[in-house]
Design a protein around this ligand. Sequence first.
Ligand SMILES: Nc1ncnc2c1ncn2[C@@H]1O[C@H](COP(=O)(O)OP(=O)(O)OP(=O)(O)O)[C@@H](O)[C@H]1O
Length: 304
Amino acid sequence: MTHETLIIFNPIANLGRAWPVASTLRRVADELGGADWSGTVYPGHASEIATKAGEQGYKRVIAMGGDGTIHEVINGLMSIPSASRPQLGIVPVGSGNDFAGTMGIPRNSEEALRKVYSGTPRMIDVASVKDDAGRVEYWMNTLGMGFDSAVNFHSREVLVFQGFMIYFLAVFRTMVENYHPFRITGTIDGEPVDQETLMFTVCNGRREGGGFLLAPDAVQDDGVLNYTLVGVIPRLAMFSAIPHFLKGTHAGLNYVKTGTFKKIEIKSNKPLWIHADGEIFAGFTSHVTELSLEVVPKAIELIL
Ligand SMILES: Nc1ncnc2c1ncn2[C@@H]1O[C@H](COP(=O)(O)OP(=O)(O)OP(=O)(O)O)[C@@H](O)[C@H]1O
């Protein structure tokens, strides 16, 4: 440890386009006071590096990548006691960068890096998810069950486009291949829920999939999370719903329920496909049928 800042850099973010950005940013970081750098070598590595950063006494950790990198870094930071948890900075070099977008972090990576060195820390909420096998993960942007998870899984196979276009193509594939209603029962903040569902997305951030505005009113330090639940509609009607989710005007649709919560406990009659911040929590071969979701208020000090 030679600096008080550690940059955790994902070289394969944005399909490898992040890699050349690092050499430019290295010079900028040096000019701003310097940082130690650590590149990720395999999935999950960012989480391990962030955990170690706490033990090593770093004052701040910069997640340089997309939402998946921030997700891993946050899981590492949450394993550190809050008193010694480093601050978090974000330099978006991923493809969707939805959480950075929500937080108003500049899309330009050099500008974002400069902001980390000159910005103000603000405590933000994160959230936890626990499945029926007792597996716990933290997430900071969105966690989706059903339709948007299938979109996320398919988006990994679209290799020729960038950003939002990847997700847009994946949406059409999902409509054709994965019409998969499921029934959820359980409670939202103690209130019973029993609902045939196509998609159930819980949000701390406002958008996912490079621009789908699922929770336009979400606030990241209000101690509550938002949800958007899409009931069962015919496949064709889904086409007309897309513009609403892009603009964030879906709350008025009669098959959509939205609201806020602190804790959700649900069971599904079918295994749930789940993404957490765009990372696969339970894929197409999922066995997860029970889930508990909870806000962790003001858990991370994010430099903005
Ligand atoms: N060296 C590596 N080799 C393979 N995978 C890696 C490596 N380092 C990180 N990863 C994985 O890369 C994946 C994608 O990272 P990330 O989400 O940051 O970028 P992105 O998908 O381009 O951006 P976004 O999620 O904002 O669309 C993550 O699942 C992470 O675990």
